[in-house]
Write a protein that binds this ligand. Structure first.
Ligand SMILES: O=C(O)CCCC[C@@H]1SC[C@@H]2NC(=O)N[C@@H]21
Length: 273
């Protein structure tokens, strides 16, 4: 049954011109925002552009995605204009060992922007899922393209309960958030990413020195919790998430020893205390 609280009027298109006016400025990180009606994957498109030599700071937004890519080989699809699906192209000049912080940085920035604008309590499931309670509001996928990194985000804005890809997801509309307007949400996320990225690169990628590690721990819903981590090609690990190391890896106190994980799918197995 259609949900009478929503109509297509709640899903106005994004204006490329307005976004460029708001975000692109001399000396700023963002060099241009492109809005397309539909594409396969904004991450794949920007990865191709990166390989062809595109400069840092390109932003690509799609009103609809037909083959959106998620972490660990999953898909990310949403009805047109019901969310934000966009990618950015970065060329971080920091040591490779520190680059694992980039997806976490993005999570911290996006969570802070959404929290402020939408007035919802967003926390981070490692590495960078945005959660409200235990429900997923947004996901972030960082992919290497030669020496560039493409970071894409999918944020559920006006999805109705019947449109959620999985029952464990949520949207700003379902959470009765203070803002369902995609334009200010997108601007806020990109501005916050720029601030954190500038601080992190100025600190040579040292997440401790620029306060990123502390900001991540403050936003984390995972550290301190009992977790099950599904690991690619290995049995799942059950233990207590105890910290984040210097490279952004998750530390889990397992039954045998301390494990340091650079990838994996975390499940919070007990409610937060
Ligand atoms: O699995 C996740 O949680 C990450 C989802 C990331 C989806 C976004 S949508 C925009 C960008 N383009 C893609 O193909 N994927 C990312």
């Amino acid at each position: 049954m259609p949900d009478s609280r929503y109509s297509d009027l709640d899903r106005p298109p994004l204006s490329e011109a307005a976004l460029n006016r708001a975000l692109v400025r001399p000396g700023g990180l963002w060099t241009g925002v492109t809005v397309v009606e539909s594409t396969g994957s904004t991450n794949a498109d920007l990865a191709r552009a990166a390989q062809e030599g595109a400069a840092e700071g390109a932003v690509l937004v799609a009103e609809a995605q037909e083959a959106g890519r998620g972490r660990l080989g999953r898909v990310w699809n949403a009805p047109p204009r019901s969310g934000l699906t966009f990618s950015i192209l970065l060329r971080p000049e920091v040591p490779v060992a520190s680059q694992g912080w980039l997806p976490l940085l993005y999570g911290v920035a996006a969570a802070s922007a959404v929290r402020r604008l939408a007035e919802v309590d967003v926390r981070l499931k490692w590495p960078n899922d945005l959660l409200i309670g235990e429900r997923k509001l947004a996901g972030v996928l960082a992919e290497r393209a030669d020496d560039a990194v493409v970071v894409g985000m999918g944020l559920n804005v006006s999805l109705r309960a019947t449109e959620l890809p999985v029952a464990t997801a949520t949207s700003l509309a379902i959470e009765e958030a203070a803002c369902l307007d995609r334009d200010p949400l997108l601007r806020a996320v990109l501005r916050e990413v720029e601030v954190h990225y500038r601080e992190w690169t100025a600190a040579g990628g040292d997440a401790e020195a620029c306060g990123l590690r502390a900001a991540y721990l403050a936003a984390s819903a995972t550290v301190g919790r009992q977790v099950r981590v599904e690991l690619p090609g290995r049995p799942a690990l059950i233990g207590r998430a105890s910290g984040i190391d210097r490279s952004g890896c998750l530390e889990v106190e397992g039954p045998d020893r301390l494990h340091t994980l650079s990838a994996g799918d975390v499940v919070h197995v007990r409610p937060a205390e």
